[in-house]
Design a protein around this ligand. Sequence first.
Ligand SMILES: N[C@@H](CCC(=O)N[C@@H](CSC=O)C(=O)NCC(=O)O)C(=O)O
Length: 281
Amino acid sequence: MAPTQPERLSLTKSFGGWHGRYRHWSGVQNCDMTFAVYLPPAAEHRKVPALWWLSGLTCTDENFMQKAGAHRAAAEAGIALIGPDTSPRGTDLPGEHEAYDFGSGAGFYVNATQSPWSRHYRMYDYVTQELPALVQAHFPLNGREAISGHSMGGHGALVCALRNPARYSSVSAFAPICNPVQCPWGEKAFSGYLGDDREVWKQWDASELIAAHGSELPILVDQGDDDNFLRDGQLRPEALQYACSQAGVDLNLRMQPGYDHSYFFISSFIEDHIAHHAQAL
Ligand SMILES: N[C@@H](CCC(=O)N[C@@H](CSC=O)C(=O)NCC(=O)O)C(=O)O
């Protein structure tokens, strides 16, 4: 079924622009979905480019918009920010709400192939096809897109950009899960959503995609060196660095001393990322 028109849930002025939250029926995910759009002041006079932000585990559309401090830089650069949710909502599959790293809040931006997840958990098609078409039809966007995200959403941003080489003008990530086929979060999510075939998993792994196909797009990654998930082996930036060095991909991996995994870290460097995207958009 086609998606319904977005129903506005709230509209809040911020740095001269407007932050709106919207709900619509998603035909891709078979449930209602909520998303956020920040429109800069320039959008009152002309169509503007968009930066997609994919959030991490446990997030909704709200974490980034409220905690990253991105509105000022987006307003100044004339860039819209689009924040999808991180999973289907309103569904009640067995075990869906029991863990923070699988099921609700943890869609991992893949298209699930395994029952019962495959009926709803199609976040990749949702963020690369259905939602882009919806926002393009209902907001003053000029069709140029960039993509970024955090942790699980950093993985999602890298994978969306790598699987769609001509689509995004730029890509960046904060503390991304760089090699999900080799970390506990990824192994749990991919075995649940995609089944046991690890060759299939590689199609959703940034380091594996770069090893197989390379990339023309430069990649900006910030990673705190006091990040507990880095210590736990969930993020593996060294795998991304190795894949990029072997494939000749331009990776700017910035290890940031003393920073952890939180939105304090993201808000400290978000202006650099918006500048990175602004020069490409
Ligand atoms: N055990 C924690 C883990 C959740 C967490 O840290 N989530 C991060 C993303 S981690 C990778 O995708 C996050 O962005 N949290 C939201 C926030 O506003 O900080 C827990 O259950 O909270």
